[in-house]
Design a protein around this ligand. Structure first.
Ligand code: ADQ
Length: 489
């Protein structure tokens, strides 16, 4: 973009997400410790030079005093982050309630247990009101910082109301919205009491993006069936006004993983792991501890495999790394107990005095340890019951250039649509099929492994997170220009 003084300027991108990519811990009245977390979105935008990314979101802390809010705002500004201050009660109703108890399970086709559903239904109205209030607060902050020419990119199911709030402030604002989870079949979406309001709010965006073509199709169907609007090959039309809807499959910063394998710390970890598990094949699961990841199904299938294949019992180990999330939610606490119980039972059943078949860790690993684990793995198991994309499958592939291990991948993860030909696709609800896939993967010929790996590696290294972000933003710019041309003619 050319400025009036003739100098070139990068386009400003306002990335709005529920959480900032920085965690803040208060050290004193006006001093803060900030820790940047390099998630998928951060690394996607780090590698993009066309735009200057600025972040707007909640910093994950409850700050109610003026000194605290001012000092945190100043500290975050150095990281190009702008905070939205949400109080504890609002976070409880909006984030824990409406986002994580209603939208998250629903978008992953997981019904709540009946007694929880009744309790949720009773508190539904207040949670939905809090959701709208929180979205309005995000919009207020965006509006305060918006400059003409900026692109506003809203992320995920937490902020479905945001496009509408932003367009009410300024109909000229370029607004895109991207969903990181699946968008479910319209038959699932129509059970939501606030179904129409949410769809209309999202449709206020200029461009609406999903990981896969199927999710985009489900969204368009929901708009045609529930709102009675017209679906077109470009998106959804309402009284001549088009909202463009399309698929933008996310990727990873594959170079970051490939380069990491050359780091001394990673090489050290690799050597340690190889010595530790010498003589055994290594199977790996890396997930957030969430119902959608199908962790119990994965472990039960591994048990069935050991049950049916006694020869393998001392020749294979499953490392399951599960980082706890949403630990204050009872459903997640129940899941943790359930996983611990199954792991304990299987280790008791098939372990010896010197070795156990499953190593389960309830924690996050740092980047060098994670890369080393991916590199020494023979078979990675991704068994999500539903998953928007699943980046673990991509990260594993990026680290497998020398080993060429096998990826067992749920057909219900968005990644199945891109890595389908290279992975072994499974239905994680079918424990018998999953167990036999483990046997197939462990005994696969080197030739077949090589072919499958080449397919996956090519995809992961060419469809990167940088390419994803650039494509979305340039499509958003084009969409707005086309809409302007249409209204002129
Ligand atoms: P998530 O549900 O968080 O993301 P995923 O895509 O697999 O799922 O990303 C998880 C990230 O966390 C990966 O980068 C992984 O390395 C890291 N991670 C997970 N467990 C870890 C552990 N124990 N230790 C260290 N790191 C760990 C949501 C959607 C996905 C979608 C992404 C991006 O649910 O479907 O792919 O957003 O759009």
């Amino acid at each position: 973009f050319e400025r009036q003084d003739g100098r070139l300027q990068r386009q400003r991108l306002l990335v709005v997400a529920n959480r900032l990519p920085v965690s803040a811990v208060r050290k004193g009245e006006d001093s803060w410790n900030l820790e940047v977390s390099v998630g998928g979105l951060v690394s996607a935008l780090l590698g993009v030079n066309e735009f200057e990314a600025n972040w707007i979101g909640w910093a994950g802390v409850n700050v109610t005093d003026e000194i605290g809010q001012r000092s945190l705002t100043e500290a975050l500004a150095e990281k190009r982050c702008i905070p939205v201050f949400l109080d504890q009660e609002l976070v409880h109703q909006y984030y824990n309630g409406y986002c994580n108890n209603i939208l998250w399970p629903l978008f992953h086709y997981l019904p709540l247990p009946q007694e929880d559903r009744l309790a949720t239904t009773r508190s539904f109205q207040s949670q939905f009101a809090a959701y709208k209030e929180a979205n309005q607060m995000f919009a207020d902050v965006v509006n305060e910082h918006y400059q003409e020419g900026d692109v506003v990119w809203c992320h995920d199911y937490h902020l479905m109301f945001l496009p509408k709030c932003l367009k009410e402030y300024n109909s000229e604002m370029k607004v895109g919205w991207f969903l990181h989870t699946p968008f479910p079949s319209s038959e699932i979406h129509r059970t939501l009491p606030s179904r129409s309001e949410l769809l209309r709010a999202v449709l206020a965006a200029d461009l609406v993006g999903f990981h896969t073509y199927d999710y985009a199709r489900h969204f368009v169907s929901a708009c045609t069936r529930i709102l009675g609007l017209e679906g077109t090959p470009e998106g959804v039309e309402d009284q001549g006004q088009l909202t463009r809807v399309a698929a933008f499959p996310i990727g990873i910063d594959s170079d970051r993983f490939i380069r990491a394998l050359e780091l001394p710390a990673v090489k050290y970890h690799i050597k340690e792991l190889q010595e530790r598990f010498a003589g055994r094949k290594v199977m790996l699961g890396v997930d957030r501890l969430d119902m959608i990841k199908g962790i119990p199904q994965k472990i039960l299938a591994f048990e069935k495999f050991l049950e049916e294949n006694p020869d393998w019992r001392d020749k294979v180990v499953l490392l399951q790394i599960a980082v706890p999330t949403r630990t204050d939610v009872p459903e997640y606490q129940k899941l943790t107990c359930q996983v611990h119980e199954i792991v304990g039972r299987i280790n008791g059943r098939f372990g010896t005095l010197t070795a156990v078949p499953i190593h389960h860790l309830d924690r996050s690993l740092d980047f060098p340890a994670l890369c080393a684990l991916y590199a020494v793995t023979d078979v990675a198991l991704v068994t999500s019951l539903r998953d928007g994309m699943n980046l673990v499958s991509y990260e594993f592939v990026a680290c497998q250039a020398s080993k060429k291990g096998v990826l067992i991948l749920s057909e219900f993860a968005g990644a199945a649509q891109s890595l389908g030909a290279g992975a072994i696709l499974v239905n994680p609800w079918n424990i018998t099929e999953l167990a036999s896939s483990i046997g197939y993967a462990l005994t696969m010929s080197a030739n077949e492994r090589e072919k499958r790996h080449q397919h996956n590696f090519l995809h992961v290294t060419t469809h990167t997170s940088q390419e994803w972000a650039e494509t979305f933003v340039s499509e958003l710019n084009d969409t707005v220009v086309e809409a302007q041309l249409r209204t002129r003619h």
